[in-house]
Ligand binder design. Sequence first.
Ligand SMILES: Cc1cc2nc3c(=O)[nH]c(=O)nc-3n(C[C@H](O)[C@H](O)[C@H](O)COP(=O)(O)O)c2cc1C
Length: 329
Amino acid sequence: MDLSTRYMGLALKNPIIASSSPLSETLDGIKLLEDSGAAAIVMFSLFEEHIRRENESFEELLDSGTDSFAESLNYFPPVDRTPKGPEQYLNLIRKAVEATDIPIIGSLNGVTNEGWIDYAEQIQDAGAHALELNIYFIPTDLELLPDQVEQRYFDILCAVKATVSIPVAIKLSPFFSAIGNMAKRLSEAGADGLVLFNRFYQPDIDLNLLQVDSHASLSTAEEIRLPLLWIAILYGRIKASLAASRGVQSADEIVKYLLAGADIVTVASVLLKHGPQYLQVLLDDLEQWLSARNYQSLEEVKGVMSRQNAVNPGAFERVNYIKVLESFS
Ligand SMILES: Cc1cc2nc3c(=O)[nH]c(=O)nc-3n(C[C@H](O)[C@H](O)[C@H](O)COP(=O)(O)O)c2cc1C
């Protein structure tokens, strides 16, 4: 069975990529992901906040920053969560690239286009094969206009593309009023890949402690539906590669994402739950699903159930929403 695929021009032996998570925080963790079958690894993120702290201007920036920026910082994990500053991060990438035979994808996580963008070039110089930008911006400032929020993504993308030659993916939020147009314009602006979607932090309230509960939760299979819808809609209509992110618990979700049109599928929660070795189970089950239906290669299934190729494209549109509600009993 030929499970190979291409993502942002990178040749991959299979479609399963280890998503950014604590599993890539050590060299041993990275090697285990490779040994377990990951076709590529997206490193845990280097946060804008870690970089700013390293540059000793973080506190100053908090004092002088705009409301929207300062408030958005409250939504990041505590700065001390990751023991690694930029130097350790770059060192780990160097070691990972040397110790493995699969693409290593650096991950930068931030919201402005100043200062931290320089690290894109340094991540490239450290040997990373590609870069993922997680632009985790929560527009809490009610005066911010949609155009201003969107422009932030383009400013960051263009600043990064001007400094690196490796492929650049954007891990995208689903919270745009015209997500399809945003995806199209990001692709036209040079994004080599779009990761659909970022799992935005959504805090809960602890009713006993009356505190905001901000623990990280793992995903469930139900969460594939929103990325699935948009991958199916975008397939074949934009140049950027499509990466599915969210909700994979078994090979079933991987197959669905591929049928919708994903070039690759990223996984984090399922590996945090069962261990990196679970990658082999996912790969075996994926292969079994394909062989049972006489597929010879992954390319044969990609996009078969996309909006463009679906027998009933209306299934992806409003008309189906009405049918679904009417059929509920
Ligand atoms: C504990 C934990 C840590 C994560 N850290 C990062 C990170 O540093 N950078 C990032 O872009 N995404 C991070 N993510 C998000 C994952 O990469 C992934 O996009 C998300 O969990 C959805 O995929 P999943 O359903 O397979 O878990 C993290 C997720 C978890 C659960």
